[in-house]
Structure formats: C-alpha cells, structure tokens
Design a binder for this molecule. Structure first.
Ligand code: 5GP
Ligand code: ZN
Length: 112
C-alpha cells in the first residue's frame, strides 16, 4: 500500500532523505522541510492513503496508533509545554501532500 509518486511514501522508504525523529514498523515522524513553528514535525503512517475519508479499518487503526504515540514524541522533541496537531484535508485546507499526515507544532506559544 504505497504510491510510487507520493513524496511521503518516498520518505517512508528512504528514497527521499528526511530528518527522522521517530520510526517504528507502523509510523514515521520527521521534521517539516519548511517549519511553521520552532518545532514542526510530521507524523505519517507507512501505508498510503490520502484523506481521513479514504481510511479503511486498517487506516483508522494507524491513525489511532499515531495519536497514542504522538504525546511522548512531541514532549521528547521540545513540546513540553503543549503543542498543536493539524490534519489538513483537501484543497480548501491547503493540503499539498496527499498522504495523510499529522502536523505537530510547538516549542513556543503558537499564534492562533
Ligand atoms: P500539507 O499542506 O499537505 O498539510 O502539509 C505538507 C507539509 O509537508 C508542508 O508543511 C511541507 O513543508 C512539508 N513537505 C513537503 N515536502 C516535503 C519533503 O520533501 N520533506 C519534508 N521534510 N517535508 C516536506
Ligand atoms: Zn504516500
């Protein structure tokens, strides 16, 4: 379940380099290439799907798994005082990479 044209699948399989901060058999967390906050990480599942609405049962299990792991990963990477999670969905949200990902933003007081 990978897409050969997907940037994040390429990051997951090592074809494109990234600054990884966490990896296991199901998920990968790496630094955003254009950080919008002092800490800006992206969490992805290793299986490819574009949107929440495309997630099958396995996809939903992966999302649940990532949400359970993110708190410890965020704190370990400089978000001890809180952080914001964002999942952009589609064009109006400004989604540019269509492999579901969770932005983790923090390391400072964030403007709304
Ligand atoms: P979206 O706008 O789709 O929610 O977020 C996509 C994010 O991926 C953007 O914040 C963008 O900076 C980041 N991004 C796009 N291409 C790459 C890449 O090749 N490497 C890394 N580390 N981040 C990327
Ligand atoms: Zn992908």
């Amino acid at each position: 379940m990978t897409d050969k044209n997907c940037v994040f699948c390429k990051i997951a399989n090592g074809e494109i380099p990234s600054e990884k901060v966490y990896e296991d058999e199901k998920m990968l967390v790496f630094k955003d290439i254009e950080p919008k906050a002092k800490v800006h990480l992206l969490a992805i599942a290793k299986t490819h799907f574009k949107l929440l609405s495309d997630a099958d049962e396995c996809g939903m299990e992966n999302i649940k798994y990532m949400l359970a792991k993110i708190p410890q990963i965020a704190v370990a990477n400089g978000c001890k005082n809180g952080y914001r999670l964002i999942i952009n969905q589609g064009d109006d949200a400004g989604q540019t990479v269509f492999h579901l990902h969770i932005h983790i933003l923090g390391g400072e007081v964030l403007p709304w």
